[in-house]
Design a protein. Sequence first.
Length: 293
Amino acid sequence: MAHKEMWYETLHAGFGQYFTVDNELYREKTAHQDLIIFENAQMGRVMALDGVVQTTERDEFIYHEMMTHVPLLAHGAAKRVLIIGGGDGAMLREVSRHQQLESITMVEIDAGVVTFCQQYLPNHSQGAYNDPRLNLVIDDGVNFVNQTQDKFDVIISDCTDPVGPGESLFTSEFYAGCKKALNPGGIFVAQNGVCFLQQEEAINSHRKLSHYFSDVSFYQAAIPTYYGGIMTFAWASDNAALRQLDLATLQTRFAEAGLPCRYYNPAIHVGSFALPQYLLNALYKEVNQIAKA
């Protein structure tokens, strides 16, 4: 049997995960980035950037369903949604399933990513770029939220890890812009890493978001490719009730929306706001330190 090439993730020092590269579809190694898309028997098409898995066909639905349906069904009356990032089109795919939305604005810094992913990851977008409600803007996310006069009911930040190009989407400047661009009672959510291994990221996000929103927390999902335990999603709003909706209300909204989900359901939604004690302890310690300062 021929020896297959192995691709190793380099996100953490000391341990990690590997994939067999059954078929390399694309590779671009430049001074700025190392982008690869390959096929893997277990996970389908895998896209990695600078040694870190960004998305896989097999489990992307967990991430994208949780990032969209949790805030949209919690809001219950959203008309205008802003997606920051998300050039692979999967977030747009899930958002566009919500028929009540009147407009979807998507801000992607690199037009090439959109074209590229439609070619190499067509199952992610599934034609969502053709949605007539979409306004695709090629711009830096921080710049957009601080310049726009538009207002949104839900903002979804589909960011990479807070290193390199994605770092600006974890700054106070970005969060301040999002707060300004949200309608009253709006919800902001963002990818926030695997909290067991990236706990400082969660603490930093919580600290910064708390300057702008009265109700800041996290919700979670286990996504196999983002190994190391649960992935946390930052949640920020000025309406604390939206984070604590009862199951019956969510079941009604879910049934009315008619969403074809493979991970999300109302019971998962309610349970996702339960956080492990180690994270709660760290956040409690952080909040107390700020209070004493």
